[in-house]
Design a protein around this ligand. Structure first.
Ligand SMILES: [Zn+2]
Length: 87
């Protein structure tokens, strides 16, 4: 039986398929968006719901998930990702 990875969204707290979520990863103290979902390190996940992407940005949810200040560039990347999603 296939193992189906499920992760919890840091914005809404609901569980989704990992493959459908945006993964943010911390490796060696550097936080970045893991577009390939392959990078090692500690991850935080945001579901595909645009309002969750919005919430994660506006309420700085990643800061809580990683227990540190996440660089604005990471939040900017989420914003760009969100804007590109409609194309
Ligand atoms: Zn969500």
């Amino acid at each position: 039986m296939a193992h189906i990875p499920i992760r919890e969204c840091i914005a809404c707290g609901r569980k989704f398929l990992k493959s459908e979520m945006l993964r943010v990863v911390e490796k060696d103290g550097v936080i970045s968006i893991d577009f390939g979902s392959k990078a090692e390190g500690r991850g935080a996940y945001i579901c595909a719901n645009p309002s969750c992407r919005q919430t994660a940005m506006e309420r700085r949810k990643l800061n809580r998930a990683f227990r540190k200040n996440v660089p604005e560039t990471v939040y900017e990347s989420i914003r760009e990702e969100l804007e590109n999603a409609g194309e």
